[in-house]
Ligand binder design. Structure first.
Ligand code: ARG
Length: 400
């Protein structure tokens, strides 16, 4: 009853994915398990994770550095789309899944595997993102999800691991379920399952409590080129360095905490805490620069695109034709989104206080209320006559 011969398993070093290794072999008759740990800037020590996979029964243990690709090809396109799921969550976890799926598919081709596997349960969004992304990239490849079927509680999973000799956890166990990468942290479970319960300070790791933030504001300037952030305070930075540095700078001011109840694709509401310092400030700044450089109609039309974009990325459709079409639209709009935004960081707030661009559409001559005013005020009268005509006709016809 072997479900597959050779499997590439997405591996984190945690209990669940570690137990997947012996489980796939002993319960599902898989002959060989190759693990793949993706480095997306979660800051884990990767060598112990690599060794743990081998100690748990993997034949090959891969560690792949995906940081650059993650920021350049996943985070920045989402930033250009100002992607916020349900108007709040900048998709820090969601964006990682299609990249990990791509790594799995590539490793499967390289090692001649007939299946890939992940440790997601049947209740979350991540299983959808993995399964759909893998199917999009290689429809022939089987996807195994042991944790969706094994029906073990957390305690039973740990006990199973102990029985088959899985070494004790690399990370110390916590009541929370945490997902971490360069873009941020997602935290759920434990006492957060009660939406009325205020998160304890121990939940946070990337952002300071307001009580502990500096008492004087800090100003920073972020420069964008065609919608992509390229420099902070006039220092050009690589995509990864820019995110790392910005996380630290704004995290110190307690910026980027989100506490929300969100709607999962599978219909469950879940309470999640996010820490997304860099990404949340970048989206605000990018939006601000767009307000200066996009025409009103493009800007307003783009808001609808952004909402659809966020929803389909959240719902696992990164590699879908609709997403590709929306990307093309968004990219086209970014042609002149170049310039600098000045931001004041203070007590949990990132306040946009200035913006400039060589492509600015803002005209002082038109906007000013001073003597330099170039706007033809008399032209407004005729414009309003035509603009209001249908309304006037409609109102007159009721009376007449
Ligand atoms: N709710 C978020 C999403 O679907 C994060 C999921 C992972 N969260 C976690 N705490 N492990 O993208």
């Amino acid at each position: 009853m072997s479900r597959a011969k050779k499997v590439v398993l997405a591996y984190s070093g945690g209990v669940d994915t570690s137990v997947c290794i012996p489980y796939l072999k002993q319960e599902w008759g898989v002959e060989e398990v190759i693990t793949l740990a993706a480095d997306l800037g979660q800051g884990d020590e990767l060598e112990p994770i690599r060794k743990k996979a081998l100690a748990s029964g993997a034949s090959v243990s891969l560690v792949v550095d995906g940081r650059k690709e993650f920021v350049r090809d996943y985070a920045f396109p989402a930033l250009m789309a100002n992607a916020l799921y349900e108007n709040r969550y900048p998709l820090s976890t969601s964006l990682a899944r299609p990249l990990i799926a791509k790594m799995l598919v590539e490793a499967a081709a390289e090692y001649g595997a007939d299946a890939v596997a992940h440790g997601c349960t049947g209740k979350g969004n991540d299983q959808v993102r993995f399964d759909v992304s893998i199917a999009a990239l290689n429809p022939q490849l089987k996807v195994l999800a042991p944790a969706r079927e094994w029906g073990m509680s957390r305690e039973e999973t740990i006990a199973y691991g102990e029985k088959v000799g899985i070494p004790s956890p690399v990370k110390k166990s916590s009541p929370y379920s945490v997902d971490l990468n360069l873009l941020g942290r997602s935290v759920e479970a434990g006492n957060l399952e009660d939406p009325w319960h205020e998160p304890l300070e121990e939940v946070y790791a990337l952002t300071a409590a307001i009580e502990n933030t500096p008492d004087t504001p800090e100003y920073i300037e972020i420069e964008f080129a065609k919608g992509i952030p390229v420099a902070i305070n006039n220092v050009q930075l690589s995509p990864v360095d820019l995110i790392v540095q910005l996380n630290q700078t704004v995290g110190r001011h307690g910026i980027g905490r989100i506490d929300m109840v969100e709607n999962r694709l599978v219909g469950i509401k879940s309470r999640e805490i996010y820490e997304v310092p860099a990404l949340s400030v970048l989206i605000q700044a990018h939006r601000d620069l767009e307000s200066l450089t996009l025409t009103g109609d493009v800007s307003q039309y783009k808001r609808n695109i952004e909402e659809t974009y966020s929803k389909i990325v959240y719902n696992g459709l990164w590699y879908s034709p609709l997403k590709a079409a929306l990307d093309a639209f968004v990219l086209q709009t970014q042609e002149r989104v170049s310039g600098t935004v000045r931001i004041k960081l203070f007590k949990g707030n990132a306040i946009m206080v200035g913006r400039k661009s060589p492509y600015s559409l803002y005209s002082m001559d038109l906007a000013t209320y001073g003597a330099e005013d170039q706007f033809d005020h008399r032209a407004a009268e005729g414009f309003i006559y035509v603009w209001g005509l249908p309304t006037r006709v409609w109102s007159s016809s009721v009376r007449g």
